[in-house]
Write a protein that binds this ligand. Structure first.
Ligand code: 5BU
Length: 279
């Protein structure tokens, strides 16, 4: 079997054990996009408008639902309708980081009921593997997938070295729920595991990568940007996550500018993927 970076999204979709990873990879193949738009805005109408404008060019919408000032269940329903209309998945970037019992409640309950609408969510391993048991108890029966935050994009972040390796090892113990990593490179490659052949080695993990920008190198608050080519072709990541590069950081970008930037990142991300397959 060729290494993951040499396989097409379509072939990986067909073989993947986690249904939501199959859906995501198949969507990439179908729409010829590895672009996830990160919609970090504080108004419901702006979130829906950006998701609708970017919709044809993306495989996933990433939300921070707790920053939306006028959140209601209708927002979730409208977002789900857009996901159906445009064929994309929804990822709530919740970054769970508590003990199993607490995250179980945070994931299923409260105002947001994240597990009821978000195909994908993510977690830090800081509390230990109980966080995975807690989240899996809610998400797995619903067919959801989890990303572990093995690395981060921000300058000086502490998700490095042994911590990153521990994330990969923990993922291998939850093969029906952990579908991949937020990471800056292919953290799951053999040489990155702690010696020898780990159980589950060879599993297919989707690497989703923030800190992507074509026009800027940072934001003055620690964010560090790389190009789609650096992320997908040079570093072997699978999905590029772009926020302010698409909607300009405000809520007021015109729809045609959102469309223009979404197309631009889609084309750059897809070209990087084709170049990676060819090399
Ligand atoms: P930007 O506007 O493209 O910089 O937005 C990046 C998004 O990705 C934003 O929602 C962050 O919360 C998210 N992010 C990140 O930037 N870096 C990380 O390491 C992780 C998430 Br994890």
């Amino acid at each position: 079997m060729p290494s993951i970076t040499k396989r097409t999204y379509g072939s990986r979709a067909a073989a993947h054990p986690i249904p939501v990873a199959q859906q995501l990879l198949a969507c990439c193949e179908r729409k010829q996009t590895n672009l996830c738009v990160s919609v970090d805005v504080t108004k419901k109408a702006a979130l829906l408008r950006i998701a609708d404008a970017a919709g044809p060019y993306i495989c996933c919408v990433k939300t921070h639902i707790d920053i939306v000032e006028d959140f209601d269940q209708d927002l979730v329903q409208q977002l789900q309708a857009l996901a159906d209309k445009h064929d994309f998945l929804i990822w709530e970037d919740r970054k769970f980081a508590d003990i199993g019992n607490t995250v179980r409640l945070q994931y299923s309950s409260g105002i947001y009921k994240i597990a009821s609408w978000s195909h994908i969510t993510n977690a830090h391993l800081v509390p230990g593997e109980g966080i995975l048991t807690g989240l899996a108890s809610v998400g797995q029966p619903l067919g959801r997938g989890l990303l572990l935050l093995a690395e981060m994009s921000a300058k000086g972040n502490l998700a490095t070295g042994d911590y990153t390796r521990k994330n990969v090892e923990a993922a291998r113990r939850f093969p029906d729920f952990v579908m991949g990593f937020v990471a800056m490179r292919r953290v799951d490659e053999r040489e990155e595991t702690a010696g020898g052949v780990a159980p589950g080695e060879g599993a297919d993990y989707v690497i989703m990568t923030p800190g992507v920008g074509l026009d800027s190198k940072g934001d003055g608050m620690g964010q560090q940007y790389r190009t789609p080519d650096e992320v997908v072709n040079e570093s072997g990541c699978d999905i590029i996550i772009v926020g302010r590069g698409i909607y300009g950081g405000g809520e007021g970008s015109a729809d045609d500018e959102i469309v223009r930037q979404s197309k631009r990142y889609q084309e750059a991300g897809w070209k990087a993927y084709l170049d990676r397959l060819e090399q």
